[in-house]
Every structure is written in structure tokens, then in C-alpha cells.
Design a protein around this ligand. Structure first.
Ligand SMILES: [Zn+2]
Length: 109
């Protein structure tokens, strides 16, 4: 079971208190974009074996959305951070690099 810490209210709880919201840091495309970009935005998701960045909502708590970095193999949570960012904090990426040298996820490493 995942144990997550909400960065908004600092409550640490099991995943049943939260709701998964899919992949984090999606680049959104709207009307006027070409079909390939819109198709990728709607349907294409990463499914890594290892480091993954996800959106979570503190459903049974403060109700706010946040991002979490975790390992899909071991369920280790590397950290959580505000959803109001375009990329993960450098300190978190450095912490992941210390544990998983050579990791990458999309444009991040
Ligand atoms: Zn919260």
C-alpha cells in the first residue's frame, strides 16, 4: 500500500485517503492544435517500470490536488509536491537520482 504525504496539509496517510488522478505534467492541447498533438494529449500515457510522476487528490482531507513521484515496481514514494508547477522540484529529482541513477521520465531526469 502506498503511503503519501499531502504537501498542502502535511497529513501522511494510506492511499485509500487519496484519489489517483493519472499522469502528472501533461502538456495540454486544445482547439486549433493539430490532430497528432491532440491525440497524444488525450490518449498517450507513459507506463514506466520505475520512476513515475502522478497527480493525486487528498480526497478525504483537504481536497487539494498535488503531484507525487514514486516507483511503480517497489511502490516507494520519493516525494510529493504542489500541483501548481510545470516540472518536479530539483531537490526531488536529485533525491531520485541518488536512489535510481540514470532514471528519466519524459523530459525530466
Ligand atoms: Zn491535504
Amino acid at each position: 500500500m502506498l503511503v503519501l504525504t499531502c504537501p498542502c496539509c502535511n497529513v501522511t496517510a494510506e492511499e485509500t485517503e487519496f484519489h489517483a488522478g493519472g499522469e502528472a505534467h501533461l502538456k495540454r492541447f486544445g482547439p486549433g492544435s493539430d490532430n497528432a498533438d491532440f491525440e497524444n494529449y488525450l490518449f498517450m500515457r507513459q507506463n514506466p517500470k520505475g520512476v513515475h510522476f502522478e497527480r493525486w487528490r487528498h480526497n478525504n482531507g483537504c481536497g487539494k490536488w498535488f503531484h507525487a513521484a514514486r516507483c511503480t515496481m517497489t511502490l516507494e514514494v520519493f516525494g510529493t509536491y504542489s500541483a501548481q508547477t510545470y516540472e518536479p522540484p530539483k531537490a526531488l529529482c536529485d533525491a531520485i537520482s541518488a536512489k535510481r541513477p540514470g532514471w528519466s521520465w519524459g523530459a525530466f531526469s
